[in-house]
Design a protein around this ligand. Structure first.
Ligand code: HEM
Length: 524
């Protein structure tokens, strides 16, 4: 025994250097402990036809592993595909004026939102566009969607909204009454609903769509000054969408269309690329800006705040192993680096908790040790142990703030106390709906071609018309009518309801906090 122990020490055992079977393609079949095993279809049994034996480690391992193959799928955005690539800064001078952030390689995962992981990837749904960038000092994730806004500006509505996109508790079917009942009684969703029911809701795969951070974030400089910023990624492949009919046909004939399209493009060397733009607004300009910059249902518009190109990124490498590199990827807006900080947008603030929390549930407390999630620089802190701790658990480094072996502390780069954030008293009652909430629905409608307007109407009619309850169809049609009479009347006629007139208070949302109690949207 003494000799065996010495041998283990002499090998300089290093968990990082364990070889994977892929690195040794002529490797022999083994059990999980590495012991050679003669054949995968062999069992230990009594005689030629007798029962199997409990001592058959191979059989137990085969089923013990198989039975645990599925991890929980993402509660939203379960259906997706992804790839690796790189980012190139094309406007360093501009960036340096606003932020100290730097970025290197990246992974991207595209997804739909509502469907289960096996659902058709051409469904009408927003598309997720999650990016993980490695910097020299930490990982920053941009967890974006293919839309500049979102359905909500009040985070507590998210589970309600998502439940209405999932299956009905008793029928276990997706339910059009639930879907439209929610949207009709939460009018701040309308702009996002109109984008979703235009042909933008069925993009041609993942390569032909743009993406936005949606939220306002903050770019911070080393001297502590900061600006509000939104990022926008413009496809180099050009925007291309399916019509409703084509999307339905593709979803039926090839439910993996978007996944296949991305994989084959990269395999053929037609690397998809996007140009990244920033829209920047000073805190002072935000105070008088026409929309509340903390309201996720409001776009800034390129004519409101001009976008400035900051870089380009390309997807150049398919995953070698989908599960390891894409399914286990854990994107989170809370993955930030110096120079990139959250704004006080309440939906963003809620997301900062929700993503790491779901990752602890979906992948485990040590999910950041999984190679696709691990930073390229070493992690040093006082978090230890827990399930699936696989990278050496920070070795013998002290597990507390020790005076005997001191932890090196980096300089504090900026001081928020000196540079108080402006919140404009805006946070309390964002859910109250005002006339300004119809601004973007009108801008969007007026910007559509006649054909796109017709498609929007027929896409809504086809879907909303299938909601059985009259009042649900009526309320939704009336909201469209309030945004634009032609649009609303056509939808009302199509779904067989009479529109009713709706009124909403005037003025920017954040000035009506006391006049319009939260929850009033449900009362009309
Ligand atoms: C995925 C929560 C709003 C973009 C997810 C996941 C959760 C979640 C729990 C699953 C994460 C995982 O299992 O890895 C929320 C909450 C929101 C919200 C609570 C609002 C209160 C948004 C918004 C955007 C967004 C506004 C875009 C601007 C995404 C994307 C993914 C995702 C792209 C998929 C990430 C991936 O590919 O792994 N969200 N979300 N979400 N969310 Fe959200």
């Amino acid at each position: 025994p003494g000799q065996a122990y010495t041998f283990a020490l002499d090998t300089g055992f290093n968990v990082q250097e364990q070889t994977s079977s892929e690195a040794a393609p002529d490797v022999e079949l083994t059990l999980d402990n590495g012991a050679p095993y003669p054949h995968p279809f062999e069992y230990e049994r009594i005689g030629a036809n007798g029962p199997l034996l409990l001592q058959d480690t191979h059989l137990l391992e085969v089923f013990g592993s198989f039975d645990r193959e599925r991890i929980p799928e993402r509660v939203v955005h379960a259906r997706g595909a992804g790839a690796h690539g790189y980012f190139e800064v094309t406007n360093a001078d501009f960036c340096k004026n606003y932020t100290m952030m730097d970025m290197l390689s990246e992974n991207v995962r595209f997804s739909t939102v509502g469907g289960e992981s096996g659902s058709p990837d051409e469904a009408r749904d927003p598309r997720g566009f999650a990016m993980k960038f490695r910097t020299r000092k930490g990982i920053v994730d941009f967890v974006m969607n293919n839309t500049p806004v979102f359905f909500i500006r009040d985070p507590s509505k998210f589970p309600h909204f998502i439940h209405t996109q999932k299956r009905h508790p008793s029928s276990h079917l997706r339910d059009k009454d639930m879907f439209w009942d929610y949207l009709g009684s939460n009018p701040e969703s309308l702009y996002q609903v109109m984008r979703l029911f235009s042909d933008l809701g069925t993009p041609y795969g993942f390569r032909h769509m743009d993406a936005w951070t949606g939220h306002t974030y903050r770019w911070v400089k080393q001297d502590g000054t900061w600006s509000y910023v939104k990022l926008y990624a413009q496809t180099m492949q050009g925007i291309q969408n399916f019509t409703n009919a084509d999307a339905n046909a593709i979803a039926g004939s090839n439910p993996d269309f978007a996944t296949q399209d991305l994989y084959e493009a990269i395999q053929n060397g037609t690397y998809p690329g996007w140009t990244l733009y920033a829209q920047v607004l000073s805190p002072q300009a935000a105070q008088t800006f026409k929309y509340n910059v903390l309201d996720l249902t409001k776009d800034w518009g390129f004519d409101d705040v001009a976008p400035v190109e900051i870089g380009k990124f390309y997807l150049t490498q398919n995953p070698t192993n989908y599960f390891a590199e894409i399914e286990q990827a854990a994107f989170s807006p809370s993955n930030m680096v110096d120079g990139w900080a959250p704004s006080a947008d309440p939906v963003l603030q809620a997301r900062l908790f929700s993503y790491p929390d779901t990752h602890r549930y979906r992948l485990g407390v040590n999910h950041k040790q999984i190679p696709v999630n691990a930073p390229i620089n070493p992690v040093a802190n006082f978090e230890r142990d827990g399930r699936m701790n696989v990278n050496g658990n920070q070795g013998s480094r002290p597990v507390y703030m020790s005076t005997l072996s001191k932890m090196k502390l980096p300089p504090r780069l900026y001081n928020d106390e000196e540079h108080q954030q402006w919140t404009g008293g805006a946070v309390a009652a964002l859910a109250a709906v005002n006339e300004i909430d119809f601004d973007w629905p009108r801008r969007f409608w007026n910007g559509l071609s006649e054909q796109d307007q017709q498609n929007l109407i027929s896409n809504v009619v086809g879907h909303l018309g299938a909601a059985p309850t009259y009042s649900v169809r009526q309320r939704m049609a009336s909201l469209f009518y309030h945004a634009n009479a032609t649009l609303g009347q056509a939808i009302a006629d199509g779904v067989g309801v009479k529109v009713v007139d709706l009124t909403f208070p005037d003025g920017p949302t954040w000035f009506n906090v006391t006049k319009t109690p939260v929850g009033s949207t449900l009362d009309y």
